[in-house]
Design a protein around this ligand. Structure first.
Ligand SMILES: Nc1ncnc2c1ncn2[C@@H]1O[C@H](COP(=O)(O)OP(=O)(O)OP(=O)(O)O)[C@@H](O)[C@H]1O
Ligand SMILES: [Mg+2]
Length: 460
């Protein structure tokens, strides 16, 4: 049953209203001294009462927000100026004296309906928050004034604390609300008894019960972070293994096949020295075989160097790049330029390998797909960053479509480049548009500790 608070100084009116309204509603009078602390759904007052209590009424209305707490003023026709000052600020509706019973009941009912709608809306909001699969809480005046079930569970679990107030205190200390509003939200790391937990949070400034508050939505993403971490480690291991395998094959090619081909060539050359005693056709065949062997030797060498130039381990990035670019430029008859402010001093083996592989793939792509007439590689150190760009003036391509195809497994190059750079803590970007060519940008922080590619052979 709706509860009405009567604040009428006019005794006769008070008696009359009580008589009419108590048939249908619970009607109460404020205790002494007059306070508006009781709970009620509609306040009815007259001019003198409003004059005295205007401040309290305004505060009480504000304190109830977002709920609507209506006040009805009983006044005479002469008091229009007074009413205008108060309407909407403190009072929501008026009824003129002499009071008509039907009119009074109609106005009371309308105001109570408005009140009911606002209560229902707030209940729906809380029901929604409580059935949400993510944690929802409202922070106000350094307290948690609302927390849904998931939020409470999350923080009991996360903090391992028993009492709600303790959790609330720990939480406020751990991540005070405010100042961190962003579309994407932010990640919080919480140290708990059972280890580190990660929370994805998002804060919004709202008005709650008439005052500023922070609405926080929280998701436990610890498991996702752990998977992400495992996945990164796995990718790192795959890249590591790939480098080792390439190095191994490169060495085998160079040391085994290369040596054998050299031996064959030396043998053939020894036979050729006795050419005078050989028939002319045999001597010609012999010379052709020596040349074929020489070609095979060159190919084995080039294959081995492309797989993993031992130069990269022995001399470092810059000499290897100079050699590689020179070799590619000669083979393709294209000008490939290298600009750099790096000295020949060594970088970490991870950065050297990643840079070399990215530049190698970008040049290969430019030669294979771009029909470019020139390629420019630049490698600059700016403070603690290494900035690499590879630009061609070729056909360009649809980066979005190619990246999509690449992630579906149609190609390895673009995905591999990005993955290597990100793994080394860097960022990667491709700029390309039709007929404007393609530029690959990669940046690496030089000062962070990185896992290094182990260059030792794995023992089997
Ligand atoms: N510099 C470039 N200019 C024009 N098109 C390019 C360039 N780089 C890449 N592409 C386009 O993007 C596609 C994907 O490149 P990606 O390197 O992933 O694969 P790929 O070179 O075809 O094969 P691989 O897996 O051997 O590298 C290419 O097939 C090509 O169409
Ligand atoms: Mg490629």
């Amino acid at each position: 049953m709706a509860r009405l608070l009567l604040l009428l100084e006019h005794k006769e009116n008070a008696r009359l209203l009580y008589e009419w309204l108590s048939e249908k509603y619970e009607v109460i009078f404020p205790g002494e001294p007059q306070r508006l602390g009781d709970s009620f759904d509609l306040g009815i007052l007259d001019g003198p009462a409003l004059d005295r209590l205007a401040g309290m009424v305004a505060a009480r209305k504000k304190g109830e927000e977002p709920l609507f707490l209506p006040f009805l003023l009983v006044t005479s026709r002469q008091n229009v100026g007074f009413v205008t000052r108060h309407l909407w600020r403190t009072i929501d509706e008026i009824i003129l004296t002499p009071i008509e019973k039907v009119e009074l009941l109609a106005r009371v009912e309308i105001l109570l309906r408005a009140r009911r709608h606002s209560v229902e809306a707030e209940n729906r909001y809380f029901a929604l928050a409580n059935s949400s699969p993510v944690g929802v809480a409202i922070f106000q005046d350094e307290q948690i004034v609302f927390a849904n079930e998931i939020f409470r569970q999350l923080h009991h679990e996360v903090l391992g604390a028993g009492k709600a107030e303790k959790v609330s205190k720990l939480l406020l200390a751990a991540y005070p609300p405010g100042g961190k509003t962003s579309e994407m939200g932010y990640r919080m790391e919480l140290e708990t008894k059972t280890g580190t937990r990660w929370l994805q949070c998002s804060d919004r400034e709202i008005t709650y019960r008439g005052r500023p508050a922070t609405l926080r939505v929280v998701m436990d993403i610890t498991q996702d972070i752990l998977y992400e971490h495992e996945l990164k480690q796995l990718s790192q291991r795959i890249l590591d293994a790939q480098e080792q395998e390439r190095r191994h094959i490169a060495l085998e090619l160079h040391d085994q096949i290369g040596q054998m081909l050299t031996a064959i060539k030396i043998g053939l050359q020894a036979v050729a020295r006795t050419a005078e005693s050989l028939p002319q056709t045999t001597a010609q065949q012999l010379e052709a075989s020596i040349q074929t062997t020489e070609k095979a030797l060159q190919q084995v060498r080039s294959l081995s160097l492309n797989l993993r130039p031992s130069m990269l381990d022995d001399l470092g990035l810059l000499p290897t790049l100079r050699w590689y670019i020179d070799q590619q430029a000669r083979q393709s008859s294209l000008p490939i330029r290298l600009q750099t402010n790096l000295s020949d001093s060594r970088l970490s083996s991870t950065i050297e390998t990643v840079c070399f592989r990215v530049i190698q793939e970008a040049i290969t792509n430019a030669l294979r797909h771009a029909q470019a007439t020139q390629i420019m590689v630049s490698l600059y150190q700016e403070k603690d960053w290494l900035i690499v760009t590879i630009a061609d003036n070729g056909t360009g391509f649809d980066v979005k479509a190619a990246s999509q195809q690449a992630t579906e497994g149609h190609s390895m190059g673009l995905v591999g480049m990005r993955e290597r750079v990100v793994m080394a803590g860097g960022s990667f970007q491709i700029e390309s548009s039709p007929q404007q060519g393609t530029t690959i940008h990669a940046r690496f922080p030089l000062d962070i500790a990185l896992p290094t590619y182990s260059m030792k052979e794995t023992k089997s």
